[in-house]
Unconditional design. Structure first.
Length: 255
């Protein structure tokens, strides 16, 4: 009786967690068909948990979906492999990504005592807000890149990393105006060139790198620089921290 009571309390505790969580739990059988989905899935998807029962992943796809993305995922399921953070659109027939529901799912294959595959257990969550923010950021970065490429002012975006006791810098983006300023052959040429080779005062170079790594913005920072042909001239620089290609970087304007 005590054992039965403990089991009932454990089941009730799990049910309380499942129903109050923003994520939902699900189970599949050996035929990869849903046998259980926690009730809170209805809050996110607008359909009851029972609607999923007996259906496979393919049954939920509809006609319009990313076939290459799903082909890889379905192969993983058939191979009984675990998967984590598989992100996809539930309403794949939406005309605009902003109208879609983005979901994320993780699953673990389950085997019985003899090693026979008996299904999956996993979780799902609605990540629409996060995904739309990501897409908006990507659009913003594309717009920024286009603006910078056409700018008549020399612009570089650099990343920083600590090497030993110094902060090094690496160009991640340059526009045509910067290539012309430094006498480079092309953007690719400038990206490969060592930034330190274009500075006369290396102590100033590393001090500037350290400031930028710390998130400090430089205002009218004057430095004696060297073009790729060896000629020297004075440059005034202004910097701003930003996210670019998914990384924390620094944008530098050269005057």
């Amino acid at each position: 009786e005590t054992r039965t009571l403990e089991l009932r309390n454990s089941e009730n505790r799990f049910r309380d967690f499942a129903e109050s969580s923003a994520d939902w739990f699900w189970e599949m059988d050996e035929d990869l068909r849903f046998t259980y989905v926690s009730p809170n899935v209805e809050r996110a998807l607008g359909v009851p948990a029972e609607w999923h029962y007996g259906k496979s992943r393919e049954d939920l796809l509809g006609d319009a979906y990313d076939r290459s993305l799903w082909a890889e995922h379905l192969e993983a399921l058939k191979a009984h492999q675990p998967f984590r953070d598989f992100t996809y659109i539930r309403k794949t027939d939406a005309a605009d990504a902003a109208e879609a529901i983005w979901l994320k799912s993780s699953g673990k294959p389950i085997f019985d005592g003899s090693g026979k595959f008996i299904g999956y257990r996993g979780t799902g969550s609605d990540v629409t807000i996060l995904k739309l923010r990501e897409l908006a950021l990507q659009d913003s970065e594309r717009n920024l890149r286009e603006i910078l490429e056409k700018s008549p002012i020399g612009v570089a975006i650099v990343g920083h990393k600590i090497v030993g006791d110094r902060v090094e810098a690496e160009r991640l983006f340059v526009n045509d105006a910067l290539v012309t300023m430094f006498g480079g052959e092309s953007r690719a040429h400038m990206l490969k060139a060592d930034i330190a080779d274009t500075w006369v005062d290396l102590d100033q170079f590393y001090a500037g790198n350290e400031a930028m790594e710390n998130g400090d913005d430089l205002e009218n920072f004057e430095a004696r620089r060297t073009r790729l042909d060896g000629t020297e001239w004075w440059v005034s620089m202004n910097t701003r921290s930003l996210r670019f290609d998914g990384c924390d970087c620094t944008m530098i304007w050269h005057f």
